[in-house]
Design a protein around this ligand. Structure first.
Ligand code: CIR
Length: 256
């Protein structure tokens, strides 16, 4: 059960955000704001209180708040984003985290360790961590040590194709996991009820479970159908402008 969500409004500079898909074009800022409004409304419908942080023009990718922090049941971990243009976002998320956690509940990933929250997938008290271009071995080592200190556990997953772990795999609670591409056959996920997402809808493997509702990106009928058939209530949110920056639904919030 989640009670709180933190989001950050997209900034105008988002058009200069990092992307591996420049062929999709630059995001339309006004449209992104409207999509962000719908995202906040969908979250509220799931019964969570939404903290909306102001846009920060210094960081084009700062609406993707999932990356500079990871929030667990026991502690909050300020990460050390591996993307240079995003690293400073960790200092900007901290005041928001301090509103919910005391100093002894806040931990930090330190250089040379790097880690981004998009590489972390929570399954109960276990956390899968993707080793990616953004998250390195030392970052994972520190992260798992922090988890263990708080009575939680973590394990590494190697990534070959995707930007972040959750680009291709997402846990929907109740044993259900959406998997695409390289994650379909990973042995570490064999124990879950894996729902395979077709290649042409791979972007929508990034759905989020919020209190028995699953928010699904709009325009991916196979994923929508699969999630509905698992018995969840579904809310669709169009994320086309965030997709242009490799951003999905999970990247846009911290849920706890
Ligand atoms: C980036 O490349 O960092 C952003 N353009 C997208 C971040 C997406 N975040 C995520 O998957 N958690």
């Amino acid at each position: 059960m989640f009670n709180n969500v933190i989001v950050r409004r997209p900034c105008r500079a988002m058009v200069e955000g990092i992307t591996s898909n420049p062929q999709l074009g630059k995001p339309d800022y006004e449209k992104a704001l409207l999509q962000h409004d719908s995202y906040i409304a969908a979250l509220k419908e799931c019964g969570v209180a939404v903290t909306v942080l102001p846009a920060d023009e210094r960081y084009p990718d700062s609406c993707f708040v999932e990356d500079p922090a990871v929030i667990t049941r026991k502690c909050a971990i300020i990460t050390n984003p591996g993307a240079a243009s995003r690293n400073g976002e960790k200092d900007e998320i901290l005041p928001a985290i301090r509103k919910f956690f005391t100093e002894d509940q806040i931990e930090y990933i330190k250089s040379p360790g790097t880690l981004e929250g998009g590489d972390v997938m929570m399954v109960g008290d276990h956390f899968y961590v993707g080793r990616s271009v953004r998250t390195n071995e030392e970052g994972i080592r520190q992260f798992i040590a922090i988890l263990e200190k708080h009575g939680l556990s973590g394990s590494e997953v190697t990534l070959e194709e995707v930007l972040h772990l959750k680009t291709g795999v997402n846990y929907l609670e109740n044993g259900n996991m959406l998997v695409s591409g390289e994650f379909v056959h990973k042995p570490e996920f064999a124990q879950y009820n894996r729902v395979e997402i077709p290649e042409e809808e791979a972007y929508a493997a990034n759905c989020i479970w919020v209190n028995d509702t699953v928010i699904v990106p709009e325009g991916y009928p196979a994923v929508e159908k699969a999630v509905r058939s698992l018995g969840y209530k579904v809310i669709l949110v169009d994320t086309s402008e965030f997709r242009k920056l490799d951003g999905g639904l999970s990247c846009l919030s911290l849920r706890f």
